[in-house]
Design a protein. Structure first.
Length: 90
């Protein structure tokens, strides 16, 4: 678990909340003593596996929408995998 001082937390609150949202747990310190903890809210049912990967450092998520692959993978039909996935979602 990471620690963050009050001054650092106040100065960069959005950054630290993004970390917590992505599964990190933070201990808040005041003059070197732990005074609070920031923990993520429980994930909706079915997403526990993803939160566990983020919490253990095996995956990273900053809370934004996935951007997709920089080098799209073509399928046998010539379309990209991302195009097929988007089509299936409709």
């Amino acid at each position: 678990m990471d620690t963050v001082g009050i001054r650092e937390l106040k100065a960069h609150l959005s950054r630290h909340l993004r970390r917590v949202r992505s599964g990190a747990r933070l201990l808040v310190t005041e003059r070197g003593r732990v005074i609070a903890s920031l923990d993520p809210v429980e994930a909706p049912h079915g997403l526990e596996w993803a939160r566990a990967l983020v919490a253990t450092g095996q995956a990273h998520w900053g809370g934004g929408k996935p951007e997709g692959c920089r080098h799209p993978v073509p399928t046998a039909g010539g379309r990209t995998v991302s195009a097929v996935v988007l089509e299936e979602r409709r």
